[in-house]
Design a protein around this ligand. Sequence first.
Ligand code: TYD
Length: 138
Amino acid sequence: MTIEQCKILKLTKVHEVRGSLTFIEGSNHIPFDIKRVYYLYDVPDETKRGKHGHEKLQQFIIAMSGSFDVVLDDGQNKKTFTMNRPSYGLYVAPMMWREVINFSHGAVCLVLASENYDENDYFRNYDEFMKKVKENKV
Ligand code: TYD
């Protein structure tokens, strides 16, 4: 997996004088079957979330409200994605170390996930993540 596989995808925005609407049809718009949805909110100023990797999990991250930055690291390259529009989402491939930082006040970070919660899929330690990155290269 390389960071090049992680991309911002544009969702449809139905913009009317009555307001805007964006929809997601799992099989049409998301590159995996959605098994779980969770969201981060009430994040205090200066707080960083994430700081971990996943072996198999794929995610699609949307700033439903406010803004934040997602910093991805595939073990070789790092890229920062600023999320600030609810009609765009970030596809996160497996084996990416991530940090979610710079939450604006009141930001809501929605995450669509390819698997149910499984602590065994996490790398909580960067050195262990890097060890797996190197093993996968052999
Ligand atoms: P974690 O994934 O570490 O959050 P973040 O990366 O945003 O800092 O999860 C924080 C806590 O919430 C941890 O104790 C596990 C729990 N959790 C669940 O029980 N189910 C879930 O779907 C998620 C994402 C987390």
